[in-house]
Design a protein around this ligand. Structure first.
Ligand code: ADP
Length: 259
């Protein structure tokens, strides 16, 4: 083995390092781009309601009266802004890796409670809740508030996008976990959009979109991941969509310890 081999090995090592550096750089660039887009999209989303509110203030000033319609508009836009801010904050916390603590909880009462609350949301469809009694014995390691939120997002979407027919909630065991499904008879999601509905700020066809922020499913999907689960969607245009939230079942260590 001469110095020639030594140099050859060094060149090989450096080339390997160069490749790794290049990959690292590419990853960083993607992350920075994603952050930039997030900030740009978020600002854009907040600017729209703000513009409407300012327009209404100008109008009220000029009119010199408190037009109830303009006031109602402003109230609705302000509500939209605070909802959006809350969602953005949740995303920022998630990005910062601030994951909330999980604790054992019974899924049955939680899901029933969400369904009861969802029933009060505006909807024009039959709301069918099919939860087996066995659900009450199923535990997950979870965060109650985030789980409620995720389910409510799915139900809210189902109601929002389904003009007629029904929205059904179902639950059952699947593998080592439990799956909660929200099934609607809405317009469905085109196959090319389906993989993107979980992206932040993704909104489908504006003709169908219902003025949301495009953050709902990104949050629900994050909640699924937080629980070691997953959120998936199946859909057929003209027939409807099914969103399935799968969560691993929690089994406390059987028996006591021997020590
Ligand atoms: P938002 O509803 O605020 O637009 P989401 O992240 O909740 O944002 O949903 C993203 C997109 O996915 C929606 O704009 C819509 O196009 C589509 N979508 C979500 N849920 C449904 C549903 N149940 N039926 C049809 N399309 C849906």
């Amino acid at each position: 083995q001469g110095p020639q081999d030594e140099v050859g090995r060094l060149v090989h090592t450096f080339n390997g390092m160069l490749d790794q550096l290049q990959e690292l750089y590419a990853r960083l660039a993607t992350a920075v781009d994603a952050q930039k887009r997030f900030v740009a999209d978020a600002s854009h989303e907040l600017r729209t309601p703000l513009t409407i509110i300012r327009g209404n203030i100008d109008y009220l000033e000029r009119a010199g009266t408190l037009d109830p319609e303009a006031l109602a508009d402003m109230k609705a836009e302000a509500a939209r802004m605070s909802e959006l801010l809350e969602e953005l904050l949740a995303m920022a916390r998630a990005d910062a890796g601030q994951t909330p603590e999980l604790e054992p909880l019974a899924l049955g009462p939680l899901v029933r409670d969400v369904c009861r609350r969802a029933g009060a949301l505006p909807h024009q469809v039959d709301f069918v809740v099919e939860l087996p009694p066995a659900l009450d014995r199923i535990m997950v390691l979870g965060h109650a508030e985030w789980l409620r939120r995720a389910l409510l997002i799915l139900l809210d979407n189902a109601f929002k996008y389904t003009p007629s027919g029904s929205v059904t909630v179902r639950a059952g065991r699947q593998g080592e976990g439990v799956v909660l499904q929200v099934i609607d008879t809405g317009p469905g999601i085109p196959p090319e959009d389906l993989p993107r509905v979980f992206d932040r700020f993704f909104r489908g066809d504006p003709a169908r979109s219902r003025g949301g922020s495009g953050l709902g499913l990104a949050i629900a999907s994050w909640v699924a991941g937080l629980h070691g689960g997953r959120l998936t969607a199946e859909s057929k245009v003209g027939e409807g969509s099914t969103f399935s939230l799968w969560l691993p079942v929690y089994r406390p260590a059987a028996g006591g310890t021997n020590s």
